[in-house]
Design a protein. Structure first.
Length: 342
């Protein structure tokens, strides 16, 4: 028993000092500002969206994350502005991270229906942890198993740490192809709870792109998702690197309006050292309810040694509302991006 609590303590302490990793959403295009600030205003409408993810609900210590955003495209300035809120909770030690940020993107025309979007984000971050309910190995009596009052650890019951954070992104696209790069945590801020200690939040780099194939024979499209005869298939990827962590998502989505079906593979199929990292298969279903409302649900089926039966995989829900909030002069030019809906 003491060895177990000691192991838990070491893992927790390592988590406080080690380099952290960001939350990853399976429906990352349903969280566009979180993926790349250059996607601010990319729909050339006004969007309000929320995302919820519950990872490994089958374990005693689950991990939940939330994201909400609103963005608006200003036609006269070729610019998008937005606000984003992110929060994640780890049940062990009640560790939570909150973020509120402002984003901006500018759309530059490169040619006929070819565009480059450049965006940036500035955020205020808050990390909070409560250690009052933790039991450390040093509190447990070897002989009786009794739990003492004092652990000897130099940790307060409730600890907080705040800092500023900065991100940048670019996205090229035409009617059928897109490719983007983004960098988050550009200054690699210190996230340690402990005074005098330095724990750097490593920069997260992402490259993402894809291609859309029109299967409908050029069906007409109108706004607010009232699309008639839409048939399209999209292939896409998203590669992420943060510190020693690397991950690749490969997938496809088929849009048979109003239904979207998708499947993703997440992992590194070819590894330089050791065995390939096969993390999960993601299945998705989305539906456009009309009036600009889109709802998506996805489930991650764990492929790693943790096992899907043990972890329960991951559940993710997205909700988005898109509408025209102002005069949209030139809205028929088809300059919005062709990327995944979810």
């Amino acid at each position: 028993m003491k060895k177990f609590f000691t192991l838990v303590t070491l893992l927790l302490f390592f988590g406080l000092l080690a380099k952290a990793q960001d939350v990853q959403y399976s429906q990352f295009y349903a969280a566009p500002l979180y993926l790349n600030p250059a996607m601010t205003g990319a729909s050339e409408m006004t969007r309000i969206g929320v995302n919820y993810r519950n990872q490994w609900p089958g374990l005693d210590q689950s991990f939940t994350s939330y994201s909400a955003y609103v963005d608006h495209y200003i036609f006269g300035a070729n610019s998008g502005i937005g606000l984003i809120f992110n929060k994640s909770d780890q049940s062990m030690a009640n560790l939570s991270t909150s973020e509120i940020g402002a984003t901006y993107a500018y759309r530059l025309r490169l040619g006929f229906r070819s565009f480059l979007r450049v965006g940036a984000q500035v955020s205020y971050m808050d990390r909070d942890a409560y250690f009052g309910d933790m039991i450390f190995g040093s509190q447990i009596d070897d002989q009786t198993g009794a739990i003492g009052d004092f652990s000897g650890e130099n940790l307060g019951e409730d600890m907080r740490h705040q800092f500023m954070d900065y991100s940048f992104g670019m996205m090229f696209h035409n009617e059928n192809v897109w490719f983007g790069v983004s960098g988050h945590h550009l200054t690699q801020p210190n996230i340690s709870f402990i005074d005098g200690e330095f724990s750097q939040l490593p920069m997260k780099l992402s490259a993402h792109g894809g291609v859309r194939f029109d299967l409908s024979g050029g069906a007409e499209t109108n706004f607010l998702n009232n699309r008639q005869g839409t048939r399209e298939m999209t292939l896409a990827f998203n590669y992420k690197n943060q510190g020693s962590f690397s991950q690749l998502d490969l997938g496809t989505q088929v849009n048979i309006q109003p239904l979207v079906l998708g499947v993703w593979y997440r992992g590194i199929p070819v590894a330089k050292e050791g065995q390939p990292n096969h993390e999960s298969i993601v299945a998705l279903v989305g539906i456009s309810l009309g009036g600009g409302i889109d709802v998506g649900y996805s489930h991650d089926f764990t492929l790693s040694s943790l096992g899907n039966a043990n972890t329960g995989g991951a559940h993710e829900i997205s909700l988005r509302y898109s509408f025209l909030a102002s005069s949209a002069k030139g809205r028929g030019r088809k300059s919005s991006m062709p990327c995944f809906k979810y």
